[in-house]
Design a protein around this ligand. Sequence first.
Ligand SMILES: Nc1ncnc2c1ncn2[C@@H]1O[C@H](COP(=O)(O)OP(=O)(O)OP(=O)(O)O)[C@@H](O)[C@H]1O
Ligand SMILES: [Mg+2]
Length: 411
Amino acid sequence: MMLMSTLPELTASNRAVVLVAAPTLAAAEQLAAMLAAERDLDVRTQVVIDGHVDPSGAGHAAAQLVIADLGDRGGALLNDWDLGGAGMPLIVIGPANDAQTMRRAMQLGARDYLSAPLTADVLLASVRQVLSERVINHASGSRGKLTAVITAKGGSGGSFVACNLAHILTAYRLRSVALIDMDLQFGALPLSLDLHSRDTLFDAIAAVDQLDPVALTGYMTKHDSGLHVLGAISDQLAIPSEVSVDAVHRLLDLALQTYQHVVVDLPRQIDALTTMVLGAADHVLVVSQQSFSHLRDTKRMFELLQGYVGVPPERLSLVVNRYIEKNPITTEDIRAAVRPQDMVLIPNDFVVATEAQNLGVPVYDGARTAPLTRALCAIAERIDAGEAQEASPRPSERPVKRALQRVLGMR
Ligand SMILES: Nc1ncnc2c1ncn2[C@@H]1O[C@H](COP(=O)(O)OP(=O)(O)OP(=O)(O)O)[C@@H](O)[C@H]1O
Ligand SMILES: [Mg+2]
């Protein structure tokens, strides 16, 4: 291990985790002190001993932003800098007028480059800008991707997939993500993340016409990872037919202006509300398992989705959850019966899934290397891929680019 960590225990709060990394503890703490008064920031420090920050370190995994102070070593430290290729939002504090270091910072995806003399106001403004860019996507004019998850048969693991997929898009792909529970009668998504929502989907629907993207985020319950969750269950009992489809449509539209990904967990029923969501989705994941009764219901679900709802086959994926290779029902049997254009497998892992569910800790945090988690990461990568190709240039790279152009005399 190449770093000495002074990380406090993770807190289950709504604060954004900011990691300050510097060659000495004194330097890291001096920067952290500049942000100490900000109650919505959870500022942690890390000492970089020889250029490496361990990407598996607890602070690194939880961080939504890294502030890297290059200190005396300047560009040399940045040359060795290993951020695990994660594309973590990064602010670099380095020598002024040093084009080479600035260029390297840009290559590492730095969103801003600051130099001494650094005041708390300048640092805070930079932090605020980078964090808001991460959450609020609408400024870039691009629209988020909607992923709808539905089960072919109850208990197949639809909510488990929706929850962990949304968390992986946030924690591993570093996207801004909203997870919305639309299982209006039995949904319990926030509990799977050990969260207790104050506001629910019903509160957001009631206010939808007064909301803008910033106000919408106020209705979301925030997970430590940065994932925003909108739960469905509150004290009020809801009958899905009483919920205005039009209002939910407006809410989804707003969420897609706000986040890079919106993941919706749907109940297993085809009605006006689910038809609207399924019709609007960029990806529909139908979660099922390996049994004859699952196969029969999956075939029926695919017919309903393609025939009645009109989901184009290229947007539909069959997710075979709890997959076991030696099950007599093979992937060929499933392909022959359902004829999905796309099929993915998630291995059965009772221990990992049950522990995640019971502790409210998503599998990417609790069992990162488990095959089940890797399968979910692969799904997240594919869902994210289309957007990653479009995302150029990132608006958040502008400040450092401007600084570099100034140094190079281009401005
Ligand atoms: N790959 C897996 N391996 C083992 N257990 C799993 C796996 N995926 C999900 N489970 C377990 O299956 C159970 C049902 O999962 P979940 O609640 O997500 O299903 P669902 O399809 O949303 O059910 P419902 O029909 O009630 O909405 C949970 O206890 C979960 O931990
Ligand atoms: Mg469910």
